[in-house]
Design a protein around this ligand. Structure first.
Ligand code: ZN
Length: 112
């Protein structure tokens, strides 16, 4: 079953992206994301640019045509702040590493 609007739709299928790039605001748009996926049916690369217009808060989500994908990815690479993969990796490191423990004990001290 589709989980809200976060899945990619192609060839009559809903599937999850393999990565999301979180991008800095540009050209009057904010909360910009580039979602990357591969369609399990046709095997095509899927690139979706989601962004919210600052002036009226209207949300836009557009599938980038195959011939424009390379250009869009090259353009947005310089605006990339972090990616979903990096986010997942840093969470893993934090929960297992000593930094996470130090942070936890500091928080505990603050409560008493
Ligand atoms: Zn497809």
């Amino acid at each position: 079953m589709p989980k809200g609007g976060s899945l990619i739709y192609h060839c009559g299928m809903n599937f999850e992206e393999y990565n999301i790039w979180y991008l800095e605001p540009a050209n009057g748009f904010e909360r910009r994301e580039l979602r990357l996926g591969i369609c399990p049916v046709c095997g095509n690369n899927i690139v979706i640019l989601s962004e919210t217009r600052v002036t009226d808060g209207k949300h836009f989500s557009s599938y980038i045509k195959a011939k424009h994908q390379k250009n869009v990815i090259e353009r947005e690479e310089s605006r990339k702040l972090y990616t979903l993969k990096e986010l997942r990796n840093s969470k893993k490191k934090l929960s297992g590493g000593s930094m996470g423990l130090i942070q936890q004990s500091k928080e505990r001290l603050a409560h008493y």
